[in-house]
Design a protein around this ligand. Structure first.
Ligand code: URA
Length: 240
């Protein structure tokens, strides 16, 4: 059972605020009866009509997508570039959870469930995201120490991160570094490395919580199972 205004908003009919206005002004019926009380609970079996039009309740969908580089992480693009949603053939108003840069690749959750998206993104839930970056230069211990202790970018302090040097290539003067954070500030990883003096040449997100790209090829997706959804909610609750 969900609140009526939430069901209306999630159907894509209108925003939650507008849905509340429609309810209060007597435009919404549940099973033929006008309902004006905000917060009335309805289920999938209830028939909701707005100004006489039947609301199609959409089921919630959850996908784990392997975003390729050169694809925009958005539902549309004014420059006509390919978006992550172009990979999905359905009309249930899917959108990506959080950002992954145009030139970045890796794991991305795609859903039509706003509550789930917030759960994944909100730093208080501490859902960890693991990134692998290729850096220009050989990263030194001091830079790693600074990243670990929590640095300031764009005048905001970042939570401490977990950082590990995976590989260094003295010939090409590049380093491969793993960094784990649980926030999603704009271009956060690139800015964090920039702050300690290193340019990110390549960026890939490998893990969100316990979800990995195992078995998913680049440009492909799989459904996230109900069991995995439940596990993510449990993971988030532990941090409450
Ligand atoms: N941090 C970045 O800099 N870019 C991303 O795409 C994700 C995290």
């Amino acid at each position: 059972m969900d609140r009526l205004q939430k069901v209306i908003a999630e159907s894509g009919f209108t925003s939650r605020r507008k849905a509340e206005e429609l309810i209060v002004s007597g435009k919404v019926k549940v099973n033929g009866e006008v309902v004006t009380k905000l917060g009335t609970k309805v289920s999938k079996n209830d028939t909701v009509t707005i100004n006489g039009t039947k609301l199609e309740q959409q089921g919630k969908e959850y996908y784990l997508f392997y975003k390729p580089r050169g694809v925009i992480c958005s539902t549309s693009d004014d420059k006509g570039r390919k978006t992550v949603i172009d990979y999905f053939n359905n009309n249930t108003r899917l959108y990506p959870v959080g950002r992954l840069d145009y030139d970045a690749s890796g794991i991305l959750i795609i859903t039509n469930d706003g509550d789930f998206a917030n759960l994944i993104m909100h730093p208080k839930n501490e859902i960890e995201k693991t990134y692998i970056v290729k850096l220009e230069g050989i990263i030194d211990g001091l830079a790693i120490k600074k990243l670990k202790s929590g640095i300031r970018i764009d005048n905001q302090i970042c939570y401490p991160s977990k950082v590990k040097l995976r590989k260094k290539d003295l010939k090409t003067k590049t380093s491969i570094v793993e960094i784990i954070i649980h926030e999603g500030k704009n271009h956060q990883v690139k800015k964090m490395f920039d702050k300690v003096g290193y340019k990110v040449l390549k960026l890939k997100r490998e893990v969100i919580g316990f979800l990995t790209l195992k078995g998913v090829n680049v440009g492909e997706y799989r459904r996230i199972t109900p069991h995995e959804i439940k596990k993510i909610y449990l993971l988030a609750q532990k941090k409450d």
